[in-house]
Design a protein around this ligand. Sequence first.
Ligand code: ATP
Ligand code: MN
Length: 476
Amino acid sequence: MKQSIKEILKGKPIGTEVTVCGWVRTFRSNQFAAVSDGSCIQTIQVVVDHEATDPGLLKRITTGSAIIATGTLLASQGKGQDVELKATHIEVVGDADPEKYPLQPKRHSMEFLREIAHLRIRTNTFGAVMRIRHSLAYAIHHFFHERGFFYFHSPVITGSDAEGAGEMFRVTTLPLNKIPFTPEGAVDVKKDFFQKETNLTVSGQLEAELAALALSRVYTFGPTFRAENSNTTRHLAEFWMIEPEVAFFDLQDDMDLAESMLQYVISFALEHCADDIQFLKERQEQEEASKPQAERSPMDLVSKLKFVVDNKFERLTYGEAIEILKNSTPNKKGKFQYPIEGWGTDLQSEHERYLVEKHFQKPVILTNYPKEIKAFYMRVDEGEKTVSAMDILFPAIGEIVGGSQREERLDVLTRRMEEMHVPLEEMQWYLDTRRFGTCKHAGFGLGFERLVLFVTGMSNIRDVIPFPRTPGNAEF
Ligand code: ATP
Ligand code: MN
């Protein structure tokens, strides 16, 4: 295998012959080509002997062209790099017509780059985001593997719509222009591929629970789909979710696991993606400089990440949070779009961000939410008012993790399902875990893109996944 630019820059085999394969970022003075192969944020400088090189070939070395350059690695005289490649042979294997190539060596807007998502991966910013994304995924698997968890694959096509009624994507092979109907006028799902109604999964949790009650410690890491029509900077229609589920775990254990996992993967990124994070930090600082003082973030990206790694998350109940919010200045001054009246209201992102960014100034775990605003499978607390749920709230992001201790008591669970109109007949497989060998257990869901958003400091979730799917957008 040829050496990557990352390997060459690290090993610095000065005086030896090396070959670099990559894409030209810039070409200065017909002599200095900055070449990237995506292995790291750095480019390598390829020095072209412009007098000895055919002018026709020189003209083809343009931004975006693919080249293979062979030569001797030398200590560099110039500023900005320790080594450079003095090319003895250059081949342009793929031209990129400068008249037509959409990426130029200048700053493009994020909106423009989203339209050319097939090419934006070639920019410094998206290269950095994609490498960090990879490292975080790797760190997550590593974290769980080291702790005896098994990677469990929940199905992507699901026959249960228990969780996401209303916001699921239907899966069907029925012809849309000739839908078969039953005599009663309903869609005849018996004629469909699976002979029943099927959807894309909104969460792998219910299946992960089945596995936890057999393997004890499991986690899923897969794509999930939500047809929610929310055009926010934190929601995608297709996103990846990590869902650990653990037998004999209670809510405290669940919070401890989530907190240590987040701290582990973020410190992993700080250690292994230092150059990419540094690049994004500087990029963010430039962006901040153009904002009004009041909107500037008080902490740079690296400090923000270290802060999360080094500080214990603040834990409090939903009820305590409501008291804080009710008495907060923005609430009293009518600054919240959704005023906090009292116990029972669902928290909006503005409230979550107030708690995290203004009040506590650190990540916050809220627990014991009113049962009315949470899912049927969460364990009912003593007093029957709240459930053993927990949400982890992060600065700039709001909710990053949602989890709970699960209701393991068959009678309570059945009652809750009836109250919340969850179809019992279709969920017998789920109830079987409570019928046979039930035990307390807990788990959570971490939105992978929200984590990547936090670690990269990007401001829109569409810019941390290669090809974002949002209402009206499914390009590429
Ligand atoms: P929110 O209130 O932010 O919509 P939620 O309560 O719907 O979140 P859960 O159902 O608890 O979220 O899902 C678990 C995690 O998945 C969330 O904590 C979040 O990190 C992530 N998540 C949820 N919806 C989306 C989405 N549409 N796009 C990206 N990530 C999401
Ligand atoms: Mn949601």
